[in-house]
Ligand binder design. Structure first.
Ligand SMILES: NC(=O)c1ccc[n+]([C@@H]2O[C@H](COP(=O)([O-])OP(=O)(O)OC[C@H]3O[C@@H](n4cnc5c(N)ncnc54)[C@H](OP(=O)(O)O)[C@@H]3O)[C@@H](O)[C@H]2O)c1
Length: 286
């Protein structure tokens, strides 16, 4: 394939990603009548002086870095993971300026043993919120049915977007039980909404986010008995490397997306656990 053709396909895929989001909103795909989640108190009131901890995967850039920044600005402890911590310049700078509240950990969420090893390192320490953010699309040009389908890509995308988040929840379950907020927030995508899908693109990415939604809905049901709430949140089209092919004016600033994800996570409770929201708090169709 020529470079020009590859670029054109990548641009088209990025546009599809964005038009999916915009189309969902324009077509009224959201359940616009659904009420935004009401503010919810912490599962158990936090004791005076308690500093909550958030664990964010893929915190070295994009939405994950922004989540780490905003939670750190709130005074929280942040465990930010990166595949290559030595190259995580901005996250390392955040950690250096945090007085020990932000720590950087090496983690590839495709490596299940590494997830267990990280959980072992934090054994006995509370984690209030697990933010499953790390994710990949696999590239739109690589998932065109009957044209250019990189079948082996299913493995990488599913391991990153579905298996990794579920394994994180399993490995850090004792830490979540020990925390006060008891929440798992997953950065999903409106691309995972089967009910609003209108085009035949992004087979791998879309189905991975639909699968993420299903495993996390299961988990929300199962973890009710432990008072752990689970959210699936679409950040909308955001100005990160993932969407670098699109003009900035089509994208939402990363700080706005970060604060939307945090606001919805603040409002997550045992009453609304297992809900699939978009960034403005409306409920998306599965
Ligand atoms: N941007 C959007 O418009 C948009 C819209 C809907 C949903 N989302 C979702 O939002 C999340 C964050 O996306 P983003 O826009 O911030 O993308 P991004 O800028 O491409 O960042 C992706 C992050 O995930 C990390 N990551 C990828 N594979 C990993 C693995 N195997 N193990 C650990 N970390 C891994 C990356 O680490 P490296 O630096 O090592 O690659 C990076 O930190 C994703 O789940 C994405 O699907 C994004």
């Amino acid at each position: 394939m020529t470079t020009t053709r590859r670029r054109a396909i990548a641009l088209l895929s990025a546009l599809t990603l964005a038009s999916g989001w915009l189309g969902t909103a324009q077509a009224g795909g959201h359940d616009s009548a659904a009420p935004a989640p009401a503010p919810a108190p912490a599962a158990t009131p936090m004791p005076e002086g308690y500093v909550p901890t958030v664990l964010v995967t893929g915190a070295n850039r994009g939405i994950g870095l922004e989540l780490a920044r905003q939670y750190a600005a709130r005074g929280w402890k942040v465990i930010g993971t990166a595949r290559k911590p030595a190259e995580a310049k901005e996250l390392n700078a955040l950690a250096a300026a945090s007085g020990g509240r932000v720590v950087v950990e090496a983690l590839d969420v495709m490596d299940l043993d590494a997830i267990d090893a990280l959980a072992k390192k934090y054994e006995g320490k509370p984690v209030d919120i697990l933010f499953n953010n790390a994710g990949i699309t696999g590239g739109g040009e690589n998932q065109q049915f009957a044209k250019n389908m990189k079948w082996e890509l299913f493995d990488d995308v599913y391991r990153t977007n579905v298996v990794g988040p579920l394994k994180m929840a399993e490995a850090f379950l004792p830490n979540l039980v020990a925390g006060y907020q008891k929440k798992i927030s997953n950065v999903s995508s409106s691309q995972g909404s089967i009910g609003t899908t209108k085009t035949g693109t992004l087979y791998i990415y879309r189905s991975s986010k639909a699968a993420l939604n299903m495993v996390m809905k299961n988990l929300a049901n199962q973890l009710k008995s432990k008072s752990i709430a689970v959210a699936l949140i679409d950040p909308g089209p955001v100005d990160t490397d993932m969407m670098a092919m699109l003009p900035k004016k089509m994208l939402r600033p990363v700080n706005t997306a970060g604060s939307d994800l945090i606001r919805i996570t603040d409002q997550l409770s045992m009453e609304n656990t297992g809900t699939y929201w978009t960034f403005d708090g409306t409920v998306l169709p599965w």
